[in-house]
Design a protein around this ligand. Structure first.
Ligand code: CA
Length: 233
């Protein structure tokens, strides 16, 4: 029986980078196709239905953010994970891309090993069902979260959290490894008790970490971008 290789599409105008990425992904048993502009990329996505798209943000013509928006707005392509490739100092573009629905990003220059690991992690998350937002008890690392009872224990000991702190912890812990911007956190959590603002997310996280003690390290700051809950692997 033939093994189906995951299909990766690279949208990148720089040939050197396309070649580097292709070489490393193919060596790891991925099937790779390339597009050298956003427009060509959009066409290739519809034709090839890749399992994941590596999208450069700095493209001639339609830029990466525009492409990301079109991909995420089209029901035919919105489920395909997008990993943005960005240059240093493009934090605001990373934030914008994540808010458009991109799954992750990698900053150039990147190590090919890290890139391959990132691609695998995103594909793994895609196939791992996210815990439903409902009442399921979530157990991760040493933390157990009971959404129905709004209770959290760390190593079996209850931790007293405000409703907003609880909401932020529950939101991040449901998707370990995913980076969320402050806006996405506000959007998911607000209304639980009082409005949370983007700035107050930082304050809540400080409080949350303090209360979680050692387990607070599981909530990682992604500089210039937002927060994520430490991945389980
Ligand atoms: Ca470029």
């Amino acid at each position: 029986m033939a093994v189906v290789k995951p299909q990766i599409l690279i949208i990148e105008d720089e040939e050197d980078i396309r070649e580097l990425v292709r070489y490393n992904l193919e060596r790891d048993n991925f099937s790779v196709s390339e597009a050298d502009s956003g427009e060509a990329g959009l066409k290739a996505v519809l034709q090839k239905k890749p399992d994941l798209i590596l999208l450069d943000l700095m493209l001639p013509g339609k830029d990466g953010l525009q492409i990301c928006r079109e991909l995420k707005q089209n029901p035919a392509t919105s489920d395909i994970p997008v990993v943005m490739m960005t240059a240093k100092g493009e934090e605001s573009d990373i934030v914008a891309g994540l808010e458009l629905g991109a799954e992750d990003y990698i900053v150039k220059p990147f190590s090919p090993k890290v890139l391959v690991a990132r691609v695998k992690a995103v594909l793994r998350r895609k196939t791992t069902p996210v815990a439903p937002s409902g009442e399921d008890v979530l157990s991760i690392h040493d933390i157990v979260i009971h959404p129905g009872r709004h209770e959290v224990t760390v190593s079996g000991k209850p931790v007293d959290l405000t409703a907003s702190e609880f909401g932020i912890l529950h939101f991040l812990a449901r998707r370990p490894g995913w980076v969320f911007t402050r806006y996405q956190i506000v959007d998911a959590v607000h209304g639980e008790d009082y409005p949370v603002t983007e700035r107050s997310v930082d304050v809540q996280v400080v409080g949350l970490r303090k209360k979680l003690k050692k387990a607070g390290e599981l909530i990682e700051t992604v500089r210039g971008v937002g927060y994520r809950f430490k991945d389980t692997e």
